[in-house]
Write a protein that binds this ligand. Structure first.
Ligand SMILES: [Zn+2]
Length: 394
């Protein structure tokens, strides 16, 4: 059959508590509605309101008193990789020295991997994230670090998600160890030429041991000139110029933000640059937690993301990040849920996701719990019991 199917309408009724992230639709910043219903028409939200007032639809799903929220928006991951770093993690957590090359190990394995293997890896972790409620996923290159391998990573990523980031400036690869300036020239020249058509964003790891402020500026400025929007790995391991550079260049987000000065917090609060916190990285390296409280109190926009990657944060679970943010980063459950949904959407400059309101994309997660607060209250429990992605129940 080649007929096009007519979009059908579905009502999800008896949602005990619905997070809309639209204050005009309900209470507080989360726009909470008690005993709510949502109507999906094709791939869009058509109606939101009290369950008792839901309009007639083609199909109906009774949520049975469970809570619902927008699908998670995970704005930072590194899924284009091959190889395994279990031994490195095990050694780190066992207090044993480990001499293998960290990111370099993954670079070598990724260069050696077939296209099919990389496709399978991206698909696997996207599916894993989707089962846990993530309906929008950004992902990056950064384990190829040659013109060919970076372009290949982005081409493959773009077949799986719209949110693709060029991270040729992840580290200086071993082949350029004696010539970092030459590598920056490659990234801002031929590599950018090959990669820009496949990406929306340009990113740089601005950190001691990776790229300094001047090098990061060169990478981001070149990317901007090719129509890519900057985002920055900033202030993860120590104080540095990353956050200020992100704000100055109008980056969509400054990611990590673990070590911030008062001036960094102020700059973020005065800007449209989202502070994206990635607690999986601190968990997996036993590092100091980022502190969300001063950022939120200053008025900065905060997003939460997984940083899913095989070296420093091998989790695809946004609920896990919410629980960590509440337990260890000074966030309230409401703030953490907002940051994992609407905050991620801000970090990706998206208005069609991260909220449940008429016209938004029909992405939502139903929890086997009466409230979104249970995401932090019941850590480690697989509470996401149903997911709709682009209007389709997955
Ligand atoms: Zn990262």
């Amino acid at each position: 059959m080649t007929t096009t199917s007519t979009p059908t309408t579905t009502a999800i009724t008896h949602i005990s508590q619905l997070v809309t992230n639209d204050p005009s639709l309900g209470e507080g910043p989360l726009g909470l509605i008690q005993d709510a219903a949502v109507v999906i028409d094709g791939d869009r939200i058509a109606w939101v309101g009290a369950s008792s007032k839901a309009p007639a639809t083609d199909n109906a799903v009774d949520a049975g008193g469970r809570a619902a929220l927008p699908g998670f928006v995970d704005s930072h991951s590194h899924l284009l990789f091959a190889g395994d770093r279990t031994a490195e993690f095990n050694a780190r957590m066992s207090g044993r020295p480990y001499s293998a090359g960290g990111i370099r190990t993954t670079v070598a394995a990724t260069r050696a991997a077939t296209d099919e293997a990389l496709h399978a890896t991206v698909a696997r972790y996207l599916a894993e994230a989707l089962r846990q409620g993530t309906t929008t996923q950004e992902t990056k290159s950064g384990y190829g670090l040659t013109v060919e391998d970076e372009a290949r990573a982005l081409r493959i990523a773009a077949e799986h998600t719209d949110e693709v980031t060029f991270l040729g400036a992840h580290i200086v690869p071993p082949d350029y160890a004696d010539d970092p300036a030459g590598y920056v020239g490659l990234v801002t020249g031929p590599m950018l030429d090959a990669c820009a058509p496949h990406a929306r964003w340009v990113d740089v790891f601005c950190e001691t041991g990776a790229f300094d402020g001047d090098q990061a500026r060169a990478v981001l400025t070149a990317g901007k000139a090719r129509g890519l929007v900057p985002r920055v790995h900033a202030n993860q391991l120590g104080h540095g110029p990353g956050v200020q550079l992100a704000v100055e260049l109008g980056a969509a987000s400054a990611d990590h933000c673990t070590h911030l000065s008062a001036a960094d917090i102020d700059a973020l609060a005065q800007s449209d640059t989202v502070a994206t916190l990635l607690p999986g990285a601190e968990f997996s390296t036993r590092a100091q937690w980022p502190d969300a409280r001063p950022l939120l109190d200053a008025g900065a926009t905060v997003a939460l993301s997984t940083d899913c990657n095989p070296g420093s944060s091998f989790t695809s679970s946004m609920p896990f990040c919410i629980a960590l943010a509440v337990r260890d980063m000074g966030m309230t459950p409401d703030e953490a849920v907002w940051s994992a949904t609407a905050g991620g959407a801000r970090a990706l400059r998206r208005t069609d996701v991260g909220r449940i309101a008429p016209g938004a994309r029909a992405d939502l997660a139903l929890l086997d719990a009466p409230s979104h607060v249970h995401l932090a209250y019941r850590p480690g429990v697989p509470l996401v019991s149903a997911v709709w992605h682009k209007g389709v129940r997955v």
